[in-house]
Design a protein around this ligand. Sequence first.
Ligand code: HEC
Length: 716
Amino acid sequence: MKRVKLLRKGGAISIRAVSLILLYLAIACSWQKGSDAAEESAPVPVTSVRIIDANREPQNWLTHGRTYDEQRYSPLRQINENNIGQLGLDWFYDFETRRGMEATPLVVDGVLYVTGSWSRVYAMDARTGALLWQYDPKVQRSWAVNLCCDVVNRGVAAWQGRIYVGTLDGRLVALNAETGKIDWSVQTTPIDKPYSITGAPRVVKGKVIIGNGGAELGVRGFVSAYDAPTGELVWRFYTVPGNPAEPFEQPELERAAETWKGGAWWEVGGGGTVWDSMAYDPELDLLYFGVGNGSPWSRKIRSPGGGDNLFLSSIVAVRPDTGAYVWHYQTTPGDSWDYTATQHMILAELEFEGRQRKVIMQAPKNGFFYVLDRETGEFISAEAFVEINWATHVDRKTGRPAIKRDAYYGNDKPFLAMPGPAGGHTWQPMSYNPGTRLVYLPTMKTAYPYQLEGNFQYSDFGWNTGIDDLVAAMPEDEAQRKALKAMLTGYLVAWDPVKQQPRWQVKQANIWNGGVLSTATNLVFQGNGAGYFNAYDADQGQQLWSFFAQTGIMAAPISYAVEGEQYVAVTAGWGGGVPLIIGGMLSEAANQNVSRLLVFKLGGKQKLPKLKTTLKILDPPQQTATQETIERGKALYHKYCGACHGNSAISGGILPDLRYTQMHPVWNQVVLEGSLESRGMVAFDTVLSQVDAGAIQAYVIARAHADKQSLLTQSP
Ligand code: HEC
């Protein structure tokens, strides 16, 4: 039996294994007595057995997706379609910063663990919200320049009395679950490269599995496993080959290297970061992870001779004990559009033509919904879940997309691709409901004009996508921006993975919406970019309940119970890649971002404090620069500033909108000397001169004048 096999060490059952079995019995008994009994006894550590049997303790949320199959489905039944009207806020917790919130909390026997911005960890009483401890890894704020998509974190892992968190600067930290004190901490990434960690670790068979990000800046992707008690490195799997003149770290990299042709991809890194999703099947003993995009984005730069560029944009299955390769499936061969396959993966059993199959499902950025056999990696089916134009279909026999020739853009004219780099769906988790057999997923209709940067040169500061940022700059004309906004749409889709078609969908006001939770009582919970936290009926998508959260929601909700009372919790707070870059165009709610944890129960009576709104007035100084200087400033702005302060100098409300900044005498101190570095505003003196900084300022002033004018002409 698998369970026994898990516990065996060198053939003989160890004392540890015996105590684990006893522990398992204790858990099984306490479950029969109800959740109260488990609470009164001493804290029981989280183990493999507990996570594998998570359905025996639906009151807890022990791992990122609740179960190893990552279904994000709650079996709890107290909150249902009939009483959902009585669901109310019970408590909330305000975080220190107003940066993005992407975390899924864990709940272990009445304690809730959640992460905030800058990789901070909080432990709270899950019933009252009382803070038990908090941990701040004190990430150097200047590291923010190495992050593509905000200073976010998506959650922790719990195991044997420890809480594990990956930090923005690449550390993996093990904390004592009771005190929040550090047990051990290891640097998982080379510190001289722009790596980052935003994803939640998973613990499988006593190993903490952790990936990283950084493909926009230029890194080589890998995923590592650390011994959970000691922090010792057990294995590492590189997702792309290094310089083929040097020995390959793993045997399959030799085969992978044959799919990279010409070019010196290893100089920029090649990409393929494992920045988010994982899943584990204890019966097959397979660990699955999703691999990201190429670095730089276009294959024409990385691998000018063509080729699939393995294992970019792939789902890879390995043995969790050794990291040994078992199979892979590549969703986007020769990726050139930032089409990561790092999106949420769900394991389920589905029936195809009378045959039960163990499948893995993913809706990656490229817009196709994939169903694969998770034992072998065999392709079963794929259909588009959003409008796409880079490929016509996925071939049923080969499982390869039929990519349109003009999708491989050059540097003469842009290819307006659907989806864009934000994807048809990105990290916001989906949910699979075994009752309705539907996958609930937040989708986005997006587009982006890809064009190669004229003369790409690797820079050891900032982004290295090889893309012409100016071509993709948001229209400066207000009317054009409105028209563009109308084209970008978000949906909550209930997808039938067998028929590969939507059952229902709800159109949303914004493209950037929250992750999803579904429950045994036919409910689907999701927050959205317009600031509402909603519940729908799982069959038909009818909205049953809504709560105004005052701020955009991106994270996925969870449900748990303490002392027999069911709760629904979600971290609210706007941010992440899309809101930072084009958020100013997307949402009104975004302009008043609040980062907080919201917890609901039946009969909850708590109210949120009134929002403070401040009236902002555009009052730019006189323009003294030439048109030529302004144009140069525009190019520099989009190269170095737009990723944080917003495309076309329109902020998404998370970081200062420079059009409103009245600090011109100290501009150079902030921009070149780093006077606000402790708050995450990096010094740019290594890449910008005083003349450059002045040109950027001239551009921002020009944008403020233009928008002041259009606001005047458009006022009601
Ligand atoms: C990695 C993200 C990031 C990038 C890239 C970035 N900034 Fe900032 N910037 C920040 C943060 C964070 C703050 C706000 C600090 C605070 O909370 O006061 C800030 C603040 C500022 C301020 C002060 C605004 C005010 O109203 O107080 C100016 C001016 C500024 N940035 C200019 C620039 C310019 C010019 C560039 C490009 C050369 C740039 N920034 C690139 C993150 C960034």
